[in-house]
Design a protein around this ligand. Structure first.
Ligand code: B12
Ligand code: SF4
Length: 484
């Protein structure tokens, strides 16, 4: 059986509006400039476009079926190639975003053209399995961790076994058959992802996963909408080492960017174990990841020694205590100081347009960002402190989504409507009914400009800024000594 695993594109539209361009700039990512992209990638696909989800799924079934991954994120894939493969089964990885419109259209087209069985999975489908099944052409949708259940479902499609008990939603006799989300509680049961399933020579780097879940339950996060999959679980250290060693056989790991996709790369003890295993196995790469702000100096030192260069954390906004993960601003600042002192760059992720945010909160946010920036002025070269503001986007079934609905918000009813909502948020079309009651589009534009300036100052010209500051200080010092 031919099985196509599709990673959908970044978004539905290919054109970029000025609002999106501004947003990209505020994150220090001028991706809308094609010329810049060409230089940046030097013919390779950005490492951020790595299709790890489909790789994990394909690994579990590659021995039984003819599998092929179609990565529409950043490569040269065309729908014609997918049609030419003539797949019997097509699976789509779906995040809540404008690409859902693309998924609905392409799935409909492929079903008509090739008669394929369509399976949808991924975070959006996990959060809204009913809507994903009933408002698309999908034959099956899978909620939760797809790894094990995907294989069982393909067996069922082939007529070899019964339909899996958990994870799979489908129609039977005109009614929907619901199921609890699939959860892999013990990650050691999974096979090591086979990275040879994509052409490594096309990518600037790889993604690996060392854990699932997170210790927090931020009310806007996709994890808070899937309590079963929220629980923090880790892969055995030996499995992570085996995966990296296998990747090292496919590409020069020491020159590769390796993004650890964990929602929260955490626990000092575990990090020290991992780093010590990496040292023993002589694994070193340009690692980067996301963590909370509780890593110890020792853990950071060990990470730096193994090649970690960048750590990002969700700071979200400047109002202390609003989000459970950042309770204390002083702690955050001392953490960033430590990260910086250990030679790692720090990226602060911020949320703009969260329902309770007021213009004064955005001011606080920028003040906090400035405070963090100043830490970077102490060194001439090396690590940087950068900021990535993101717009708040409601995800189905999360607590904040529930609160908005309770306040009278008319939420999207179909898979495509979810895509359209997210497309309009990307374009800055803020629906007043969305209960952004306190913020206007102008407030968001203003704060984006502040982040553009902060990122330009500290990302693009940090050395020039430091030199300028030193020259000014020197002039002052000279005057002072003359006075004496
Ligand atoms: C790396 C990453 C990216 C990369 C790569 C894209 C990707 N989808 O992997 C880039 C930078 C391109 C990206 C872009 C976006 N991302 Co992103 N990304 C991540 C990140 C950090 C890791 C994803 C990953 O590899 N996980 C590990 C793999 C193994 O898990 P997985 O892909 O979820 O797959 C598992 C299950 O979901 C399921 N599954 C997945 N696909 C399928 C398909 C079938 C048929 C089945 C049966 C099962 C199944 O089985 C897999 C194994 O268990 C996650 C956060 C996280 N920690 O998961 C956010 C995350 C997935 N991204 C998110 C979002 C919103 C986006 C964007 C919409 C952002 C934007 N505004 O443009 C775009 C969407 C682009 C796209 N087409 O997916 C959200 C999704 C939330 C939601 N409600 O859906 C997440 C969860 C971040 C967050 N905390 O909010 N992202
Ligand atoms: S810390 Fe990050 S991954 Fe964890 S629940 Fe909050 S937003 Fe989600």
């Amino acid at each position: 059986m031919r099985v196509a695993l599709v990673m959908c594109p970044m978004r539905y539209r290919t054109n970029t509006t000025w609002f999106e361009a501004l947003h990209n700039l505020s994150k220090g990512e001028p991706q809308f400039i094609r010329f810049f992209n060409k230089i940046r990638r030097r013919g390779l696909i950005d490492f951020r476009s790595y299709p790890l989800g489909p790789i994990c799924l394909a690994t579990t079934v590659k021995d039984q079926y003819q599998v092929r991954i179609f990565n529409f994120l950043d490569g040269d894939n065309r729908i014609a190639d997918l049609v030419a493969f003539d797949p019997e089964v097509v699976s789509f990885t779906c995040s809540t975003g404008s690409a859902l419109i693309w998924v609905a259209e392409v799935a409909g087209y492929i079903k008509k053209r090739c008669g394929s069985t369509i399976i949808l999975g991924g975070p959006h489908v996990t959060l809204d399995p009913l809507g994903s099944l009933t408002t698309t052409v999908a034959d099956f949708v899978i909620a939760g961790d797809g790894d094990i259940v995907f294989k069982e479902l393909l067996g069922h499609i082939e007529g070899k076994n019964h339909i899996p008990q958990t994870g799979v939603w489908y129609r039977y006799n005109h009614s929907v058959q619901p199921a609890n989300p699939a959860v892999v509680s013990d990650l050691s049961l999974l096979p090591v992802p086979d990275h040879s399933l994509v052409d490594q020579s096309c990518y600037r780097g790889v993604h690996i996963e060392t854990s699932r879940g997170c210790r927090y339950a931020c009310d806007f996060c996709f994890l808070s909408g899937m309590p079963q999959n929220h629980i923090y679980r880790v892969k055995p250290v030996e499995m992570v080492v085996a995966e990296l060693k296998a990747v090292a056989r496919l590409r020069d790991l020491s020159k590769s960017k390796v993004y650890i996709v964990d929602s929260n790369f955490r626990s000092n003890e575990r990090i020290l174990d991992l780093m010590s295993a990496f040292r023993k196995a002589q694994i070193k790469a340009e690692f980067w990841t996301a963590s909370d702000t509780h890593l110890s100096r020792e853990a950071l030192k060990a990470m730096r020694e193994r090649g970690f260069f960048f750590l990002h954390s969700g700071v979200e906004d400047g109002v202390s205590g609003r989000f459970p993960k950042i309770t204390d601003r002083e702690h955050l600042i001392s953490f960033v100081k430590q990260v910086y002192a250990e030679g790692l760059s720090f990226g602060g992720d911020f949320i703009l347009g969260y329902p309770e945010q007021k213009p004064a909160d955005l001011k606080e946010t920028v003040t906090l960002a400035k405070q963090l920036c100043k830490l970077a002025l102490k060194k001439q070269r090396g690590p940087k402190i950068t900021f990535q503001p993101h717009f708040f986007r409601p995800y189905p079934n999360t607590p904040v989504f529930g609160q908005m609905v309770a306040r009278g918000w008319k939420s999207p009813k179909t898979f495509t409507e979810w895509g359209k909502l997210h497309d309009s948020i990307s374009r800055g079309m803020i629906d007043p009914k969305m209960k952004f009651n306190y913020l206007s589009r102008e407030d968001l534009i203003k704060v984006m400009f502040s982040f553009i300036l902060l990122n330009i100052r500290y990302q693009l010209f940090p050395l020039a800024m430091i030199k300028l500051r030193q020259s000014i200080l020197n002039i002052f010092r000279k005057f002072k000594t003359k006075d004496k």
